[in-house]
Design a protein around this ligand. Structure first.
Ligand SMILES: [Zn+2]
Ligand SMILES: [Zn+2]
Length: 154
């Protein structure tokens, strides 16, 4: 584990982070007045495994006002699907390189964005705070190190 940029530890200043898809057709700005408003979590559900193409999903949930595509950014392609429980989930991704940028459910559509962690240019600024769907966690995955007492598991 490396220390995060000391700039990020200064909680008194708004945190500005940039992000992009793999080919940088889509670029965005994440501006957090208070970094407590950002919540990074791992999700072990089957939908996240599919969408991320990995062993788990990793997103940072932020208020919608904190996130915007840059003026020069391309437009994302939006995929809408049933989340398996009768509610729609939207996923925004790059139509050129396929990188996944963010997702949101029907209910949080106008209030939140869950930013795909790896799309941030400096994701280390927002380490995870919890894990979801631990019942579907891959057996070989090591325990997440760090402040386990504060790590919320569900
Ligand atoms: Zn791209
Ligand atoms: Zn999930």
């Amino acid at each position: 584990m490396t220390d995060i940029n000391p700039e990020y530890a200064n909680t008194k200043r708004p945190l500005k982070l940039t992000g992009a898809c793999y080919c940088r057709h889509l670029t965005y700005l994440l501006k957090l007045e208070d970094r407590k408003n950002a919540k990074t979590t791992l999700c072990h559900c089957a939908n996240c495994k599919k969408a991320f193409g990995g062993a788990f999903g990793l997103t940072t949930k932020v208020p919608i006002q904190a996130f915007r595509y840059d003026a020069g950014s391309g437009k994302p392609t939006i995929h809408a699907a049933d989340n398996g429980m009768g509610s729609t989930v939207y996923r925004e991704f790059c139509s050129k390189c396929g990188s996944y940028i963010c997702e949101y459910g029907e209910q949080g559509k106008d209030t939140f964005r869950s930013i795909v962690f790896g799309s941030l240019d400096e994701p280390s600024a927002l380490p995870p705070k919890g894990e979801w769907f631990c019942s579907q966690r891959e057996d070989w995955m090591p325990v997440i190190p760090g402040k386990l007492a504060q790590f919320r598991k569900q």
